[in-house]
Design a protein around this ligand. Structure first.
Ligand SMILES: CC(C)(COP(=O)(O)OP(=O)(O)OC[C@H]1O[C@@H](n2cnc3c(N)ncnc32)[C@H](O)[C@@H]1OP(=O)(O)O)[C@@H](O)C(=O)NCCC(=O)NCCS
Length: 242
C-alpha cells in the first residue's frame, strides 16, 4: 500500500566529497546518538561505490514547512545553514547535481551486502537492498517524515541501478528498547542521554509493512559509556517492495 506520508519528503544524495555534507552528517549522527565516529568510514565506502546516504528534506508541499524548519534549526543551530545538491555520483554512477539549496531534516543509507551474507539470512542474493542509519530530527518526530523517507527510499531502490525487490534491515530488538535492565544502560540518564523511543524500532517498522524474519542474540557489543559494554540483540526485518 502506498504511504500516506511519501509526499512530505524529498531525497537528495549525500556528497561524501563535500566537507559541508560530511560535517552535517557528523552533526546529525551526534543528534541521533549513534555511530558518529563511523562517518569517515562511510566516506571511504562511498568512494568505493559501497553504502550511500540520502538526505531527507521537507517537500515544498508541506504547508507549515517554514515553521517546521524553524523548530528543527532552533533545536539544532549547527544545522541552520542550507546545504547544496552537489553529489556528482551515486554508487560511482555519474549524476548531474542541481546545486539547489536544501536543509536536511534527516538521512537514510542504502547498501548492497555480499551475496553470501544475504544467502546466510535466506534472502535473495540479487535484488535485496539494505536500509541503514535512518534518522529524523528529534524536533520533528511523529510528523510522518520517517515514514515518508522510507517510502521515498523504497521507491528509489526499485529503480535503476539498484532494481530492488526486497528491502531488508536490522535494528535493535524490541526487548532491548522496552526492558529497563537494557534501556537504563543503553539510553542512560541525565546529560548525554539518548532519548528512549516510546515506540520500539521493531514496532515502528512493522507498521510500515516490515516483517521480522530472524533474530540474533549478542550480535555486537556497544559501549554506551566509557568502560560500560552491552551486547546488542538484533532483529532482521524485510519487506517485498517490487
Ligand atoms: C524511528 C524514526 C525514524 C521515526 O521517525 P518519525 O518521523 O518520528 O516517524 P513517523 O512520524 O513517520 O511515524 C510513522 C507512524 O508511526 C507513528 N509514530 C511514530 N512515533 C510514534 C510514537 N512514539 N508513538 C506512537 N506512534 C508513533 C506516527 O504517528 C505515524 O503514524 P501514522 O502513519 O498513523 O500517521 C525516528 O524516531 C528516529 O529518527 N529515531 C532515532 C533514530 C532511530 O531509532 N532510527 C531507526 C533505527 S534503525
Amino acid at each position: 500500500m502506498a504511504s500516506k506520508h511519501a509526499w512530505k519528503i524529498e531525497l537528495v544524495p549525500w556528497d561524501h566529497m563535500s566537507p559541508e555534507h560530511v560535517q552535517r552528517m557528523y552533526d546529525q549522527r551526534v543528534a541521533c546518538g549513534w555511530r558518529e565516529q563511523e562517518v569517515p568510514l562511510w566516506v571511504e565506502a562511498a568512494k568505493k561505490g559501497g553504502k550511500i546516504f540520502y538526505w531527507a528534506f521537507l517537500s515544498e508541499a508541506v504547508p507549515d514547512r517554514e515553521e517546521l524548519l524553524k523548530k528543527h534549526t532552533e533545536k539544532y543551530p549547527k544545522e541552520a545553514t542550507p546545504l547544496r545538491d552537489t553529489a556528482a555520483e551515486i554508487r560511482l554512477v555519474p549524476r548531474q547535481p542541481t546545486n539547489a539549496e536544501f536543509v536536511p531534516i534527516g538521512h537514510v543509507a542504502v547498501d548492497i551486502h555480499e551475496p553470501e551474507e544475504d544467502a546466510k539470512l535466506g534472502l535473495p542474493t540479487t535484488g535485496t537492498i539494505w536500509i541503514h542509519q535512518l534518522y529524523i530530527s528529534r524536533a520533528l518526530h511523529r510528523g510522518g517524515f520517517g515514514a515518508g523517507t522510507m517510502a521515498k527510499i523504497e521507491t528509489l531502490a526499485t529503480q535503476d541501478p539498484m532494481n530492488a525487490k526486497i528491502m531488508a534491515l536490522d535494528t535493535i530488538s524490541k526487548e532491548m528498547q522496552t526492558v529497563s535492565a537494557f534501556t537504563d544502560i543503553l539510553y542512560g540518564e541525565g546529560e548525554g542521554q539518548i532519548p528512549l523511543p516510546s515506540v520500539s524500532n521493531e514496532d515502528w517498522y512493522t507498521k510500515l509493512g516490515y516483517n521480522a524474519f530472524q533474530r540474533e542474540k549478542n550480535a555486537f557489543t556497544s559501549e554506551p559509556k566509557q568502560g560500560v559494554t552491552v551486547s546488542i540483540d538484533l532483529v532482521y526485518m524485510k519487506k517485498v517492495i517490487a
